[in-house]
Design a protein around this ligand. Structure first.
Ligand code: ADE
Ligand code: SF4
Length: 358
């Protein structure tokens, strides 16, 4: 393998130097904090989407002390829109572990980094490689695709046995030096050239040794996992308006949008008024159902149907608490609101100014 390993790495590093990404904001410094934040964001978010979030995030939380000292709510607010919010909760837990238990110093090996919440084997390796120049193999979704194609590995790349083969391959291919450029090259090649649909094989440094290309199998590899039929669900959310104010409620930590601020959800359209009186002590008029939006999640098409409820009387029980709050259109930006709800609010707050029914 060592001959093969050398050639594979050489081709990839040569490509990386010319065509890979060198100017990403987290590549400026070998700071494990900055690299860790970027790698967590990049777990389920593409580079182009992640960059503006990353810049905003590190401006507010420039180091581990800043992140560990902030409330989860504040951190969530800077994560809102990126999705997969468990990442954000883990980020905050890890910040606290590193700051309080490890004297603010990140572990230096991939094995130790792998112990931190939200840091899987590949992410741990990427942090160790890019922060400390460690020699550790990465294997994220992009890299799995490149390897599955180049070495014609069949089967679902996320199944146990196939993943083990890919890990073993990733370890064997790992060069002895220049691991940073090699690893960045592997990820960039997967993102830029060896794309899921229509890979640009003519631009690929591996084209002469790629088995999928040679056998015309690039469209079949890696095998798609059989997706369970996508479910579809409708939820009703209520825009509770009281003069210029709008009611937000905090979602429970578990489940979709855990810990984010959102609109109250009701089970049945026909008893909106009863439910709001019971839960919040509010009396008012429910307006016609407005046209909703559809939000696509991995396993679910979520139809979000808004209802407007104008408060006529509040019995005083609804004060500002940890679980609910009144906001104005201007202060909405201070709350971590799920992206589809935020989108819905943007249009609804413009279309139906308080006091006007319609
Ligand atoms: N995906 C995950 N980590 C990455 C990185 N450091 N650069 C580009 N894409 C990535
Ligand atoms: Fe991917 Fe094509 Fe390169 Fe093979 S030749 S690794 S399929 S881009």
């Amino acid at each position: 393998m060592s001959e093969k390993r050398l050639k594979f790495a050489e081709l990839l590093i040569g490509w990386q130097r010319k065509h890979g990404r060198h100017d990403l904001p987290w590549q400026k410094r070998r700071d494990p904090y900055l690299i860790w934040v970027s790698e967590i964001m990049l777990q389920q978010t593409q580079v182009a989407t992640a960059v503006p979030f990353y810049l905003r995030f590190i401006r507010r939380f420039p180091n581990i002390a800043a992140l560990a000292s902030a409330s989860l709510d504040e951190v969530m607010k800077h994560w809102a829109g990126l999705g997969y919010y468990a990442r954000c909760r883990n980020l905050h837990s890890t910040a606290n572990i590193v700051f309080r238990d490890l004297d603010g110093l990140f572990p230096r090996t991939a094995e130790q980094l792998n112990q931190l919440p939200g840091v899987g084997r590949s992410t741990a390796a990427a942090i160790a490689v890019f922060s400390y120049g460690a020699r550790a193999a990465i294997l994220d979704a992009n890299v799995k695709r490149v390897l599955a194609r180049c070495f014609a590995i069949e089967g679902n790349v996320n199944s146990g046995p196939v993943a083990s083969r890919l890990w073993a391959l990733a370890e064997r291919l790992l060069p002895l030096a220049k691991v940073e450029e090699y690893s960045q090259g592997l990820m960039d090649l997967g993102a830029i050239v060896c794309t899921r649909a229509k890979p640009k094989c003519k631009m690929c440094p591996l084209q002469n040794r790629c088995r999928a290309r040679r056998t015309g199998m690039t469209a079949e590899l890696p095998a798609r996992k059989a997706l369970p039929a996508k479910r579809s669900r409708e939820i009703h959310v209520v825009l509770v308006r009281d003069k210029k104010n709008l009611l937000l409620v905090k979602r429970p930590a578990a489940g979709i949008w855990g810990g984010l601020w959102s609109l109250p959800e009701v089970a049945h359209v026909h008893d909106v008024s009863d439910e709001l009186r019971r839960r919040f002590g509010l009396t008012g008029d429910a307006d016609s159902v407005l046209s909703g939006i559809t939000h696509e999640l991995t396993h679910l098409s979520l139809h979000i149907v808004p209802i407007v409820f104008r408060v006529v009387r509040a019995n005083g029980k609804l004060k500002q608490t940890q679980q609910h709050t009144w906001v104005t259109a201007d202060s909405l930006g201070n709350f971590a609101v799920p992206a589809p709800i935020s989108k819905l609010l943007k249009t609804q707050l413009q279309q139906s100014p308080a006091g006007h029914t319609g």
